[in-house]
Design a protein around this ligand. Structure first.
Ligand SMILES: [Zn+2]
Length: 93
């Protein structure tokens, strides 16, 4: 067991789910960014790969609270696009 089956809490609906069913966000340089690889070493927060949970994050600003950064809009937009298309458009850096 190396933690691959660990469940994480969705910051929107507060349910536990497996990491592969969740989107991870991290705080990098004062900004929230999605972490599709799950490998970025930074403060992270998870949310279900569901539109309703992302909507809740946006409405209640839960991601910026979880990551303690006000700059979460771009990350949320990317995550929403991911859910709609089922694929990441990675264009960081
Ligand atoms: Zn959720």
């Amino acid at each position: 067991m190396k933690g691959d089956n660990l469940e994480r809490l969705c910051v929107a609906c507060r349910k536990l789910d497996k990491k592969e069913h969740l989107i991870r966000f991290v705080r990098l340089e004062g900004k929230a960014v999605p972490d599709p690889t799950g490998k970025i070493q930074a403060r992270g927060a998870y949310v279900c790969r569901k539109k309703e949970c992302l909507d809740l994050l946006m409405e209640k600003h839960l991601l910026r609270k979880a990551l303690k950064t006000p700059n979460d809009e771009e990350a949320l937009r990317e995550a929403m696009a991911f859910i709609e298309k089922g694929a990441w458009e990675v264009r960081h850096g």
